[in-house]
Design a protein around this ligand. Structure first.
Ligand SMILES: NC(=O)c1ccc[n+]([C@@H]2O[C@H](COP(=O)([O-])OP(=O)(O)OC[C@H]3O[C@@H](n4cnc5c(N)ncnc54)[C@H](O)[C@@H]3O)[C@@H](O)[C@H]2O)c1
Length: 366
């Protein structure tokens, strides 16, 4: 078994650890035993992930004396709702959770955001243990404390900042992850290299093929670098007042693409990848980044394979969604733009023609 790596993340209230280790699921019960003076826990998972890893988790929890109730939700974004949260509150009450009893989120970002939202609000907060099983959730959503459910008028509109007490990342779970999900997660991995960590970016240029082939050691090292990067950003600005906005690189146009296609055509990471390439083009046009650096960024991202837009989608439809972006400032869209490899800034962009041009370039496959 590869040696585990631990990343500590400091929040306003306490510090928590993200443990990254092949086979880490086996130590779930023991790691929790060391942290929480309780014997009750509620395990939240989706039907897909529970079928793969649920029995094993229940076994290792029982071995350490945990009495666990399981709450299963359907896999997919539609489970991130107040209705499903209501079902989890019922299960929390039935389990007899007290303020020391953890909720365990076993699954991808959907389960993490949903179970995290319930942990943040049930009894005004019970401990949250994240056991992320998609690459996206291992490198992004399980760390940093954003939890939310969706509202009919928008994604993630009802939520909070609520850091977990423990994040247990087992890269072995990625062996069952569909390739499309892996690539969507790799888009977020490249994001850290571009906005925050230039030496990680250079490593990714050499290691992308190994990552695409799910090489376990390379994946574990990339997860660690990504979690470290996210931890550095979040520690500087836990509540997203300024610096944390850098994590939204690619998200301005990415979100607009997702919204314009009814959240059913792209995986989040696929839309963000197209959005990151568009943002690099904007930065280049505004002479904020050199042509050489822009070329390196774009060619690394293109090696993931950029998902083509649906043929009927128009630039006007995408721009229309941009103007509803909750992160815009007045009439201006806020973009995160790279200023070099490993450096980025967040700023309003008012050149509407430029924005439309880069959207149109993506839509036409340029
Ligand atoms: N809180 C944050 O900071 C943050 C950041 C980014 C994204 N998000 C949220 O994360 C969500 C997306 O997360 P996601 O991409 O992990 O999607 P997801 O949770 O829907 O998982 C994707 C699919 O993979 C399946 N799956 C999960 N792990 C698997 C495994 N090991 N093997 C096989 N199948 C597996 C799931 O059942 C699901 O069908 C969105 O709701 C997004 O808003 C939150």
């Amino acid at each position: 078994m590869a040696k585990g790596r631990t990343v500590e993340i400091k929040t306003a209230g306490f510090a928590y650890r993200a443990l990254i280790e092949a086979g880490a699921l086996q130590s779930l019960g023991r790691s929790m035993r060391l942290l929480f003076p309780s014997t009750e826990a509620l395990l939240v998972s989706d039907d897909n992930v529970f079928g793969l890893y649920g029995d094993m988790c229940l076994r290792v929890l029982a071995r350490e004396g945990w009495q666990v109730k399981t709450a299963l939700v359907r896999s997919g974004e539609q489970s991130k709702s107040l209705d499903v949260a209501g079902y989890l509150y019922d299960m929390a009450a039935e389990t007899g959770l007290d303020r020391n009893s953890p909720i365990i989120a076993l699954g991808g970002g959907v389960v993490g955001d949903l179970a995290g939202f319930v942990a943040a609000t049930y009894l005004r907060g019970v401990p949250l243990v994240m056991v992320p099983t998609t690459l996206l959730s291992q490198v992004d959503s399980s760390v940093g404390g954003k939890v939310a459910v969706n509202h009919s008028s928008g994604k993630n509109l009802i939520g909070s900042f609520y850091p977990p007490r423990l994040v247990l990342i087992d890269p072995q779970t990625l062996s069952t992850l569909p390739r499309r999900q892996l690539i969507a997660g790799l888009a977020e991995v490249i994001k850290y290299g571009i906005i925050e960590d230039g030496s990680f970016f250079s490593r990714l240029e050499n290691e992308l093929e190994a990552l695409l082939q799910s090489d376990p050691a390379t994946l574990a090292a990339a997860i660690e670098s990504s979690v470290c990067s996210k931890a550095r950003v979040v520690e500087k600005d836990e509540f997203e007042k300024d610096h944390r906005r850098l994590l939204n690189f690619g998200h301005t146009i990415g979100h607009a693409l997702e919204a314009a296609t009814g959240y059913s055509y792209y995986l989040h990471g696929e839309a963000v990848l197209a959005g990151m390439i568009a943002a690099v083009r904007i930065a280049l046009a505004l002479e904020m980044v050199t042509a050489d650096d822009a070329e390196r960024m774009t060619s690394l991202m293109e090696r993931l394979g950029v998902k083509p837009a649906p043929p009927a989608l128009t630039a006007e439809q995408v721009i229309d969604k941009l103007s509803h972006d909750k992160k815009r400032r007045g009439q201006d869209q806020i973009f995160v733009l790279p200023t070099g490899i490993g450096k980025a800034v967040s700023l309003p962009v008012n050149d509407k023609r430029l924005i439309k041009r880069v959207v149109a370039e993506y839509l036409s496959g340029k």
